[in-house]
Design a binder for this molecule. Structure first.
Ligand SMILES: Cc1cc2nc3c(=O)[nH]c(=O)nc-3n(C[C@H](O)[C@H](O)[C@H](O)COP(=O)(O)OP(=O)(O)OC[C@H]3O[C@@H](n4cnc5c(N)ncnc54)[C@H](O)[C@@H]3O)c2cc1C
Length: 809
């Protein structure tokens, strides 16, 4: 065994093998993989090997496409048979909502180049004669679905990696991980120690236990999962003889099962409601290529439906039932990337669909390690999307919820209940008393809208407009015509202090730093000129700053700032040690002025001012800006003052007709002001030139990514963020939710990033990227909303107050 290596990958399942392979592909060959038993000994060996490209997140779908396309290559290069079968797959709908969902999935696939087809139930029956057509109303056929041999794939990765110089130690258990002061690691195994510059936790079923060796509690949990394989069936043999190929795969959402041909029989797996975690506190190290005892009673409700939907199965003998564990993160997506706060420690775990995702996970992690950047937008898989709040019990609740909803639709306006409320701010009870309907982001509850008194604070989930629509319209009118109050604690807040802070930040940010007492907006870029983050920068003193950014990206952005930290500079993520309330609307100044001695006249407290003042008796930092685009203030206080602040403002606002507004109204208000948002309009796949962030771009100073920006400005960006007015279907209006394709001249030319109905302006609006040559004011497009191509026009300026007079008033 080597005494040292550049990288030690812990775990020889399909994911660890893929990471090892991709590291060697990227040119790192002093890499080893350590496996406690033999390759595939965790969840990999008993997987059903199914794979598909469809995913709710288009960026993850792209990586799944990459994975599926990689198998032929590694098969050829390794000489190892991967057992690739590509019969295509059917996703079966039994009701209108699912049909809508399939249409939206098909639409999303269009700009990823996925060629999927909506077909009738009769056509589905022709492709898959075993199904009972009367239970379905239609289907989506995806030719890029198939299955592979899990062991073959894992070995193929391993062989290719070995050919390139990697070493693999099997029957070697990593028992401890110790970090040296220089950030390198001693990997302690039962066969000796390896000194590694980097470690990768690809421990699969034991990823949580491997994490604990490094002092981490990763949000990952294994669930039991069952599938059965029937004896050979005549119906299958007849189909094979008649068509000359195997049956396509099937996904029956209402039956919560998946089905495919396995040799001469059928493989049927279920995601049952009565799901059971495996080893919820600690996975046993003695578990070695084992299976769990099948429990057919647990899956019998799903089997009953399966026997109705595929009647021939009811008479088929069951040859085998497999029950095996595999792992999930709370949202079902993998955990990938550098662990925040722990140098040279990487994870590639919680990969629940190893055969759809393993290749993409290995590729992006290897790029991240070698190039310092994953090369793709992998936010949906970034380990930093969770913070410390994702505890063992939270993970348990969320993973069980996710497993049991695997085949359920999550609507764009749906908030899932498990593990909530967990994080709340002091005004939570006050806002609940005002009938708040709550949402959660990064674990924190925030008000979405306020139901009318006496009515149940609940939102109907739908792809169209919900019962919130008229209430949110009223909230928007309150802000635009009088004054609205909302909570704004769900921003990430950071404080940067210490000698050299200004110089440090200036080298990171595209905009010039504001003067003391002022705020401005800025972007931060990576060296290739892509957007790493978008922040409001408030300067308190020479070397004293507050930064405000996207809350869900708090750990993600903190990791980036800390990774670039200069000597002498202190960077703190403030979390809930600073909370906020925001006043917005033409009456905002009058309300605030009535409770503070500081003069709020524009001459004294102009737009984008940021000061430390007293509000009533409460010490506060007050910024004169709001995301509504109206006259407004964000008031930041320590949490112990937030209730008093709320009561004070609420009372003071009564003569001015104050009302509460929530996140839904905020999203509507920001749309009519043409304000983009992080993770939708601004993401690491876009550049500031594409995203039209010219006002935050000052080329008079040096910053990371500047050379790339200059080069792009010189040649012009290939695509441009457009602002569209969309005409919804008048019979059944639906607004965009994001990821809809944008059509022009009969072809898909771009995609929607986000949108909303702008209640106050009474217009349905959307943001989206289109080729720059088409991004002309007045240009006409179509946006595909739930299977309908709706007319859209590109607008040159905000639909409300383009000169920005309201916020400067
Ligand atoms: C019944 C069933 C059906 C499935 N069907 C599908 C399917 O159709 N399609 C699909 O994509 N996925 C499927 N899966 C999921 C799939 O199995 C997983 O996504 C995949 O196996 C994850 O691979 P991994 O490498 O992350 O984990 P694992 O396969 O668990 O690999 C982790 C490895 O790390 C080793 N290890 C852990 N700790 C240490 C240590 N301390 N020292 C040394 N070695 C260590 C373990 O021995 C193990 O070999 C299924 C799973 C089950 C249970």
């Amino acid at each position: 065994m080597k005494a040292s290596a550049q990288v030690v990958v812990i775990g020889g399942g399909v994911v660890g093998a893929s990471v090892l392979y991709h590291l060697t592909e990227m040119g790192w060959t002093d890499v080893v993989l350590v496996e406690r038993k033999e390759l595939t000994a965790g969840s990999t060996w008993h997987a059903a090997g199914g794979m598909h490209t469809l995913n709710g997140d288009p960026n993850v779908a792209k990586l799944q496409q990459y994975t599926v396309n990689l198998y032929r290559e590694i098969e050829q290069r390794s000489g190892q048979d991967c057992g690739i079968h590509m019969p295509g797959g059917l996703m079966l709908a039994d009701d209108r909502e699912r049909m809508d969902w399939l249409r939206m999935a098909q639409a999303r696939g269009r700009y990823l180049g996925m060629d999927m087809e909506i077909i009738s139930a009769a056509e589905a029956k022709e492709l898959f004669p075993l199904l009972a057509e009367q239970h379905f109303i239609g289907a989506l056929f995806d030719p890029a679905e198939g299955h592979v041999d899990p062991t073959g794939v894992t070995r193929a990765y391993a062989i290719c990696a070995r050919q390139a110089g990697a070493e693999i130690y099997q029957n070697t258990w990593v028992s401890d991980l110790r970090q040296r002061p220089d950030g390198t690691w001693d990997v302690i195994t039962d066969s000796g120690e390896i000194h590694a510059e980097h470690i990768v936790n690809a421990g699969g079923l034991w990823a949580r236990e491997v994490g604990r060796m490094a002092g981490l509690e990763l949000p990952v949990l294994a669930m039991e999962h069952m599938y059965l394989i029937t004896e050979d069936m005549e119906e299958v043999a007849e189909y094979n003889a008649a068509t000359g190929h195997e049956l396509p795969m099937g996904l029956d959402f209402s039956g919560e099962n998946y089905i495919r041909q396995e040799r001469g029989g059928i493989l049927l797996g279920t995601y049952e409601q009565a799901c059971v975690p495996w080893s919820p506190r600690e996975a046993p190290w003695t578990f070695d290529k084992q299976l769990l005892t099948p429990d057919l009673d647990r899956i019998s409700p799903s089997l009953e439906i399966a026997f109705k939907h595929y009647p021939a199965l009811a008479d088929a003998g069951i040859k085998t039932v497999i029950n095996g564990p595999f792992t999930f993160a709370p949202d079902g997506n993998p955990l990938v990337g550098p662990v925040p706060g722990l140098r040279n420690c990487w994870v590639a775990c919680a990969v629940m669909a190893g055969f759809s995702q393993g290749g993409g996970v290995g590729l992006t992690l290897a790029r991240w390690m070698v190039d310092g950047d994953p090369g793709e937008d992998i936010w949906a898989m970034d380990v930093a999307r969770y913070g410390d709040w994702a505890s063992l019990a939270y993970t348990n609740a969320k993973v069980r919820e996710n497993y049991s909803r695997r085949f359920r639709i999550t609507f764009p306006n749906e908030e899932l209940p498990a593990g909530r409320p967990l994080h709340t701010t002091p005004v939570y009870d006050r806002l609940t008393d005002h009938n708040a309907v709550w949402g959660a982001g990064y674990g924190l509850e925030h008000p979405l809208w306020f139901q009318r008194p006496g009515e149940e604070p609940r939102e109907d989930v739908t792809f169209r407009r919900s019962n919130a629509f008229p209430v949110v319209a009223d909230e928007c009118a309150t802000v635009r015509e009088r004054v609205g109050l909302t909570e704004c604690s769900n921003f990430a807040k950071y404080r940067v202090t210490g000698a050299g802070s200004a110089e440090w930040l200036q080298g990171l940010f595209t905009n010039r730093l504001p003067r003391a007492g002022r705020i401005n907006l800025t972007a931060a870029l990576d060296p290739s000129g892509h957007i790493v983050g978008e922040f409001s920068v408030a300067r308190v003193g020479t070397d004293d700053f507050f930064l405000f950014g996207s809350q869900i990206a708090e750990a993600h952005h903190s990791r980036w700032f800390r990774g670039h930290l200069a000597d002498g500079v202190r960077f703190d993520a403030l979390g809930l040690s600073l909370v906020g309330l925001s006043l917005a609307g033409p009456g905002a100044r009058d309300v605030l002025q009535s409770v503070t001695g500081a003069s709020l006249a524009t001459a004294d407290y102009p737009f984008m001012a940021f000061r430390r003042i007293d509000v009533g008796m409460i010490p506060a930092y007050v910024g004169r800006m709001t995301y509504t685009g109206d006259l407004g203030y964000e008031i930041w206080v320590a949490p112990e003052y937030q209730r008093a602040l709320f009561d004070l403002l609420w009372q003071a606002g009564q003569p001015h007709g104050i009302g509460l507004f929530g996140f839904r109204a905020l999203m509507s208000l920001r749309m009519e002001k043409m304000f983009g948002t992080w993770f939708r309009e601004y993401r690491p796949i876009y550049t500031p030139a594409e995203a039209q962030m010219h006002r935050s771009l000052k080329l008079d100073h040096d910053f990371i990514g500047r050379a790339a920006v200059e080069a792009e400005l010189e040649r012009g960006p290939a695509r441009t963020l457009g602002y569209f007015e969309v005409d919804p279907d008048p019979a059944e209006p639906a607004d965009v939710v994001g990821d809809e394709p944008i059509w022009h001249d009969g072809a898909v030319v771009g995609w929607v990033t986000s949108g909303a109905y702008a209640h106050y302006s009474r217009r349905s609006l959307a943001f989206g990227y289109v080729p720059s040559e088409l991004a002309m004011p007045g240009a006409t497009f179509e946006v595909e909303i739930i299977g309908q191509r709706r007319p859209a026009r590109l607008l040159a300026e905000p639909v409300l107050d383009p000169a920005g007079r309201r916020m400067r008033a």
